[in-house]
Design a protein around this ligand. Structure first.
Ligand code: NAD
Ligand code: A1AUG
Length: 527
């Protein structure tokens, strides 16, 4: 079987993948420092303000200057999308699907260059970056296939049972209008591209706001959409802050729906905004996680240790799916901790451009500051640090001194169960551990959170049904060494949160996802 890249297979890629990535990294690095404009109505558009972005692993590396869209720019984009909407909505499904697949094909042709940009911009390692770029390709293909397989969700219903009258009935699904997509910093391509593909294939037009900290990815997506030949105005791309650009889009009267991916606080704010106004409008909000893993006395501890380390520290803990809370049966806790400490000690951390570095920096000065503060809070709250706990500001690693980036150690801490940080998403490589004696008590603690995105389990095969029955999470993994709580892939694992982690209860790339971009029209016609 040939190699297929997913987050579950990325740990042992073929050598050719590294060679192609190295070539792309050299190519992309040679072109750094240029200006990136807005993309509105099929053309580049200047902004009044540009903001310089630097690599999170090296503050001396200037990536480029990115347009900061003003309220007026947002208005121009919304009007362009509104003007393009009637013709796009009327475009036959097969043609829309063809164009969406074409975007996927172009993304795939550029997958190495895009992955190189993601390494530079987000600081994730090359396999995570290649994974994100490939995942975006798959979203475009998946949603085109899915919409066609549902035959556009059009259904003919029985005629009314009225004697002597032909009264024909049908249910059709119709798009909403201009759909706003707002992306997070950690998956700035996939979580811009996925919702964009879904909104477009269902007949909406789109205004995308790229993530504030990582706007380059969205602009690379815009280039593929432009080159695929979508009509002007059907897709528009802005970069800018949440406070100015994001708010301008969310408050715009032409906004018919939003897909937001990001923090709980902003997501709930947007949900409230979309519920207000002249009428309530849909808001698909994919939000944070505080993801647990339960390890029972019957777990395979080698599998558990591998999956836990990958999910707690991969991408420096900056995944919504990252493992942050670990509940281990007392009888196996010491043995598991020993394995975890060994694996943590073996993590290679540093400049993410280098193949040997599995863990890169955290995103910015705020995250770097939060790390120090959380470690202090853990220690003053009675926690025992079992591994890590330091920021790395000294020494050298590869071509760049670590002091020029935001590097922190992967951290494992045994923490009293009433510590407030069990409740708060830290979004950092910090894993808290609790030893339990009673399995039901472990489940109660695992569910003791306002969030419910992903959850992991390691135990006996006959305990898995108990885990599934009781855990309050939208995405679950049992006995998976590839990742305790991370690594969903379109077409394999639908991805969405329960409770405060998601507003809809319907997962990304699930059977039910595309219907959320449509509104039903019931049609009765009497002959
Ligand atoms: N559930 C998921 O699928 C998923 C996936 C990835 C990330 N996340 C979550 O995202 C968070 C990390 O990402 P982040 O730091 O970029 O999140 P964030 O909420 O700070 O920002 C997300 C996006 O919202 C924009 N924004 C901020 N304030 C806004 C406002 N008032 N109006 C409109 N837009 C606004 C930002 O500019 C950014 O583009 C974590 O909580 C993580 O768990 C969730
Ligand atoms: N889809 C990714 C997480 C995306 C959120 O940050 C995973 O499943 O690990």
């Amino acid at each position: 079987m040939s190699f297929r890249l997913t987050y579950a297979t990325m740990y042992n890629p073929p050598e050719a993948m590294h060679e192609r990535f190295e070539a792309a990294l050299a190519r992309v690095s040679a072109g750094l420092g240029v200006r990136h404009d807005l993309f509105i109505d099929g053309a580049d558009r200047d902004a009044a303000l540009y903001s310089d972005r630097r690599a999170p692993f090296d503050n001396a590396l200037h990536l480029g200057s990115f347009a900061q869209a003003s309220e007026a720019d947002a208005d121009v984009a919304m009007r362009a999308a509104q003007a393009a909407y009637p013709a796009w909505r009327a475009t036959p499904v097969a043609e829309r699907a063809r164009l969406i697949r074409r975007v996927g094909d172009l993304l795939e042709e550029r997958v190495y260059d895009i992955a190189a940009a993601l390494v530079l911009e987000v600081g994730k390692n090359r396999m995570e970056a290649l994974g994100e770029a490939q995942e975006t390709v798959d979203f475009f293909h998946h949603y085109a296939d899915d919409f066609e397989s549902h035959a556009g969700y059009a259904h003919v219903l029985p005629d009314d049972p009225i004697d002597g009258v032909a009264s024909h009935n049908a249910s059709v699904m119709r798009p909403h209008g201009v759909w706003v997509v707002i992306a997070p910093f950690n998956f700035p391509l996939a979580l811009a591209g996925g919702p964009t593909a879904a909104a477009l294939v269902t007949g909406n037009t789109v205004v995308l706001k790229g993530a504030s900290d990582t706007p380059w990815a969205a602009r690379l997506l815009a280039d593929c959409i432009r080159d695929a030949g979508l009509p002007p105005g059907v897709f528009n791309c802005l970069s800018g802050s949440g406070r100015e650009t994001g708010e301008a889009l969310a408050q715009h009267p032409l906004t018919a729906g939003i897909t937001f991916t990001g923090s709980v606080a902003v997501g709930r704010h947007l949900m409230r905004q979309m519920a207000g106004g002249a009428w309530p409008r849909p808001c698909i909000a994919e939000m944070g996680g505080k993801n647990p893993c339960i390890v029972t006395e019957r777990a395979n501890l080698d599998d558990a240790a591998a999956g836990i380390v990958r999910s707690a520290y991969g991408m420096s803990g900056q995944k919504c799916s990252a493992l942050s809370r670990l509940y281990v049966h007392d009888s196996v806790a010491d043995a598991l901790i020993e394995r975890l400490r060994q694996q943590i000690a073996a993590i290679r951390l540093g400049d993410p451009r280098l193949r040997e570095h599995w863990m890169g920096p955290v995103m910015n000065a705020t995250a770097y500051g939060n790390y120090r503060q959380y470690i202090d809070e853990l220690q003053s709250g009675g926690a025992t640090l079992l591994a890590g706990g330091h920021r790395l500001g000294e020494g050298a690693s590869g071509p760049v001194p670590l002091a020029r980036g935001y590097f922190v150690e992967p951290t494992l801490a045994e923490v009293p169960p009433d510590h407030p940080l069990w409740q708060q998403e830290m979004f950092l490589p910090i894993l808290t551990l609790h030893r339990y004696r009673d399995r039901d008590e472990a489940m109660r603690l695992a569910n003791d959170t306002t969030m419910g995105l992903t959850a992991g389990f390691y135990g006996g095969a006959d305990e898995v049904a108990w885990f599934h029955e009781h855990i309050e999470a939208g995405v679950t993994y049992a006995n998976r060494p590839q990742g305790a709580t991370t690594g969903a892939w379109p077409g394999y694992q639908p991805f969405g949160g329960w409770k405060g982690s998601g507003s809809t209860g319907k997962a990304i790339a699930s059977f039910y996802y595309l219907a959320q971009y449509l509104r039903e029209q019931s049609r009765t016609v009497v002959e």
